[in-house]
Design a protein around this ligand. Structure first.
Ligand code: TTP
Ligand code: MG
Length: 350
């Protein structure tokens, strides 16, 4: 049995801004674009969440729900620097670190000799150290499996932790609502509910082949998770940097021709940016991001060794045809991921 800790910072961007300006303490604060520019909320502190302010909500709606809301712009470079500091703290406990985003990581502490190898106490120590050194709070989940550690870190948020021991694991899974499992989105959850499946217990007692025939590979994975199987190792990621550019349109797009033109324009901007850093030969992946009029976003990227407009147009066409579902498009972004982290370090990121 492994010992996995999932750490997730509490209202990350907002907590950093409040730390930087303590006068914001106890006030409802959100980070995001301004309402006049059709901005969207990235996150909000817990004070603002009481009013129903949430990530991905339009700033205009957030201000309707909470007229006193203080909306601050995103300062990505600052959050990235803090993220690095958090990682430095993690490294004092293990090198088995898999970052999932700026504020979230899995740690495998199976072999960590500190605190008599108690993952519970290691998690607490990491959270204490983050608080003392960085004046920010983190929540943690501790479990024998990755997916359970991730579920657990949400259970005592903010500034708390939840431990699932090997003994408790199967009982925990039995009562677990399927929507809590990372990767089971709203649509899949509904599908499962229609099949009469609501909890881990329901899936445990459901025919594996039938689940696979309904949900494909995702069904196979879900069935395994509910049996307490999750063999995914912690994958310390090679740090890859990306360069990108994006644009929110004055008017949402409904025609692919307009989309194609926007991709061409963005491509030129991306080219200029890349030339500035002379990074042309380091490209590893190309990708495209769409944001729709319901503020949901989707990213499509693939391995691709050089900058290529035709390829971006094809990616755009795929997203347009397969993921748009009749929605209008409010933003498009193009990015490339670079091969060589060291040489790309100086790049400014989007
Ligand atoms: P989360 O960990 O999902 O959210 P959070 O840290 O703000 O709040 P908590 O974990 O306490 O519930 O995301 C981490 C950061 O990522 C968040 O501070 C802002 C950014 N983010 C967005 O920009 N857009 C989003 O839709 C989400 C969910 C997060
Ligand atoms: Mg978080």
């Amino acid at each position: 049995m492994r010992k996995i800790i999932h750490i997730d910072m509490d209202c990350f961007y907002a907590a950093i801004e409040i730390r930087e300006n303590p006068r914001l303490k106890h006030q409802p604060v959100a980070i995001g674009g301004s309402a006049s520019q059709r901005g969207v909320i990235s996150t909000a502190n817990y004070e603002a969440r009481k009013y129903g302010v949430k990530s991905a909500m339009s700033t205009a709606l957030a201000l309707k729900k909470c007229p006193n809301l203080i909306v601050l712009p995103v300062r990505m470079l600052l959050y990235k620097a803090v993220s690095q500091q958090i990682k430095t703290i993690f490294k004092r406990y293990t090198h088995q670190i898999e970052p999932l985003s700026l504020d979230e990581a899995y740690l495998d502490v199976t072999d960590c000799p500190l605190y008599q190898n108690s993952a519970t106490r290691i998690a607490k120590a990491i959270r204490d150290e983050i608080q003392q050194r960085l004046h920010l709070t983190a929540s943690a989940g501790v479990a024998p499996l990755k997916f359970l550690a991730k579920v657990a870190s949400d259970l005592n948020k903010p500034n708390g932790q939840y431990v699932i021991t090997p003994d408790q694991m199967m009982a925990f899974i039995r009562q677990l609502p399927l929507g809590k499992i990372h990767g089971v989105g709203k649509v899949t959850e509904q599908k499962l509910n229609q099949m009469g499946l609501f909890t881990g217990f329901d899936v445990q007692n459901f025919d594996q082949l039938q689940l696979i025939s309904q949900l494909g590979k995702q069904g196979a994975t879900l069935w395994q998770r509910c049996q307490g199987i999750d063999d995914r190792a912690i994958e310390p990621k090679q740090e890859r940097k990306s360069v990108g550019t994006e644009q929110t349109f004055i008017k949402d797009m409904t025609q692919f021709e307009d989309c194609k033109r926007a991709v061409e324009t963005l491509f030129q901007a991306l080219k200029v940016r890349l030339k500035k850093v002379n990074a042309n030969e380091q490209i590893y992946k190309q990708g495209i991001k769409f944001k729709f009029d319901d503020f949901k976003q989707t990213t499509q990227e693939h391995l691709y060794p050089h900058l290529d407009l035709e390829d971006f147009v094809q990616l755009a066409q795929q997203v347009w045809d397969q993921r748009r579902n009749g929605r209008k498009v409010r933003l498009i972004g193009l990015h490339v991921i670079l091969q060589d982290a060291e040489r790309a370090k100086q790049l400014s990121l989007f």
